[in-house]
Design a protein around this ligand. Structure first.
Ligand code: ARG
Length: 263
């Protein structure tokens, strides 16, 4: 798949998601969010966050993020892997800049997509990649299935990625990070209606918007207390007031992920 068609695929998924969410609501979202990074954070480096991986095409053009959880296993979003094959993707570690050539590039020997995955708004948005080459970077630990208390509303979570710094904008050349508060299930359900599947998703963001993940951040980590607890999945636009970012609720999938990590 060409970069252009991959970019279109991602945009289409996020646009379709937004349209589906909007039709579920009485009130229309407010005007386009102001430009901000990842939307609203600061630049950082893969030295500071060594487990963040670029997921790229065969030409090393980044299109999603991922998290290194063992030297040869990367957790990402299922929607990032739709239409991909072990020959179409690469995982790049230790590369702070999208246009860098440094770090470690690995081919992928296996792509596991949650078998029930259909669309990000239906949940099950999790995939595990097996790398052909071990990554010499510190891995992230991830939540266990019993740690459901980590998602208490108001808890600070960290997001990371190379995605666009505004909805419909350009990707960031440098890795960015921001912190956002976890949003309660009831509040997120009022934003997104039936597209919010509480067992499979968790929301994070400010009521006023302004800080969020955006296109190209998908698959990357949502960290709580430094532990991988979510996967960037979808949202209505980016950083829109009243519409927090939606992340895969990793406690729900932790055992399945562990089976893949140990396989
Ligand atoms: N679906 C987008 C992607 O593929 C990520 C969207 C995240 N959106 C948000 N508002 N938090 O990159």
């Amino acid at each position: 798949m060409s970069l252009l068609s991959r970019a279109k695929k991602t945009a289409a998924l996020c646009a379709a998601t937004a349209a589906a969410a909007a039709t579920a609501l009485v009130a229309a979202p407010s005007a386009a969010a102001a430009p901000a990074p990842i939307v609203g954070g600061t630049t950082t480096t893969t030295t500071a966050y060594p487990f963040i991986m670029q997921i790229t095409d065969a030409s090393q053009n980044q299109f999603c993020g991922g998290t290194l959880v063992s030297p040869t296993k990367v957790v990402t979003a299922a929607h990032c892997m739709v239409g991909e094959t072990t020959s179409s993707v690469r995982v790049v570690g230790g590369r702070t800049y999208r246009n860098g050539t440094n770090g470690t590039v690995s081919r992928v020997s296996r792509i596991w997509i949650h078998p029930s995955y259909t669309d990000a708004t239906n949940g099950d948005d999790v995939a595990v990649l097996t790398l052909s080459t071990s990554m010499p970077y510190t891995t992230a630990s991830y939540v266990t299935s019993s740690q459901t208390g980590v998602y208490a509303a108001g808890t600070t979570a960290r997001i990371l990625g190379w995605g666009t710094t505004s909805a419909g904008g350009s990707s960031s050349n440098q890795l960015r990070t921001a912190t956002v508060p976890i949003v309660s299930n009831s509040s997120c359900a009022s934003s997104y209606g039936s597209n919010f599947v509480a067992g499979d998703m968790v929301c994070a963001g400010y009521t006023s918007g302004g800080v969020d993940t955006c296109q190209g951040d998908s698959g990357g980590p949502l960290l709580i207390g430094g532990v991988l607890a979510g996967i960037t999945s979808w949202g209505e636009g980016c950083a829109t007031a009243g519409y927090p970012g939606v992340y895969t609720r990793l406690t729900t999938f932790s055992s399945l992920v562990t089976t893949q990590v140990n396989s």
